[in-house]
Design a protein around this ligand. Structure first.
Ligand code: OOG
Length: 256
């Protein structure tokens, strides 16, 4: 059977050479634990190249995302320093395969969160700031066609992310936070915070509780992207994407 390191190397090569690979579930990947081991090995390759672990991200946490991808279970991934972009910057599409972008609510933690019994109120109490985020995903599988385990191994399709410039202490009911996604000034998607697991902090709690199964936790200072609120939109050369979240400000990325 193909090993964890081989699979991680294959996904890393796919990302660096912008060439897709066959889903690992067609090559024997069959269980959750191994899928997260592949993800860890894949992230380790980035850390070995000098990147830092800066946080986590959730995937497939909204019905809109689950329907768009044909996968009905959430997952988590890890985000590294090399994925971070300033709001207002332009991404070069030549470094990416088939990028899509989605609006999210990001949590910046002031305290660690350790499962297994983390709740929404624990997450809010540990959160220093919230901000608007754009998550750029770029599956290493042809046409974003994958199963749950494949997407876990591929680190939740992570490619890049940008946080808005406004850092806001938790306030009000995040489930009711409105979100508007615009491409070149046209509204293309909209949602409320409740789209993500009823409350975006529930997604952060889910990640903390899943990490506990592997003896890990969310660390103070980490940013956690709580998952796409809407269906993703393709990132096209020359376009500018802006997410605006009620009370959290906005975040913009361009593509060239
Ligand atoms: C995997 C998960 C991406 C999200 O918020 O759903 C993600 C995918 O859809 O490619 O970060």
């Amino acid at each position: 059977m193909t090993g964890v390191r081989t699979w991680a190397g294959r996904l890393d090569d796919a990302a660096t050479s912008q060439a897709t690979v066959a889903p690992l579930t067609t090559d024997g990947l069959a269980d959750l634990r191994t899928a997260y081991e592949v993800q860890d090995a894949l992230v380790r390759l980035r850390l070995d190249r000098g990147e830092r672990l800066v946080g986590g991200k959730l995937g497939l946490t909204s019905r809109a995302k689950q329907i768009a991808m044909g996968v009905d279970k959430p997952l988590y991934g890890l985000v590294t320093s090399g994925m971070s972009r300033a709001s207002g910057s332009r991404l070069s599409l030549k470094d990416l395969i088939q990028p899509r972008v989605e609006p999210e609510i990001a949590f910046v933690l002031g305290e660690p969160l350790e499962g297994p019994d983390v709740t929404v109120s624990d997450v809010l109490a540990a959160t220093r700031y919230l901000c608007a985020a754009l998550d750029v995903i770029d599956s290493r599988y042809e046409g974003f066609s994958f199963r749950h385990l494949d997407a876990i191994a591929d680190n939740a399709s992570s490619a890049a992310f940008a946080l808005g410039d406004d850092l806001v202490a938790p306030h009000g009911d995040l489930a009711l936070t409105g979100c508007v996604l615009e491409v070149d000034g046209q509204v293309v998607e909209s949602a409320a915070g409740a789209a993500v697991m009823g409350h975006p902090a529930a997604a952060v709690a889910f990640m903390a509780n899943q990490l506990a199964l592997a003896g890990k936790r969310l660390e103070a200072g980490w940013v956690v992207l709580s998952g796409g609120l809407t269906a993703p939109v393709s990132l096209k050369a020359g376009s500018t994407v802006t997410a605006t979240l009620n009370g959290l400000g906005s975040v913009t990325l361009g593509a060239e």
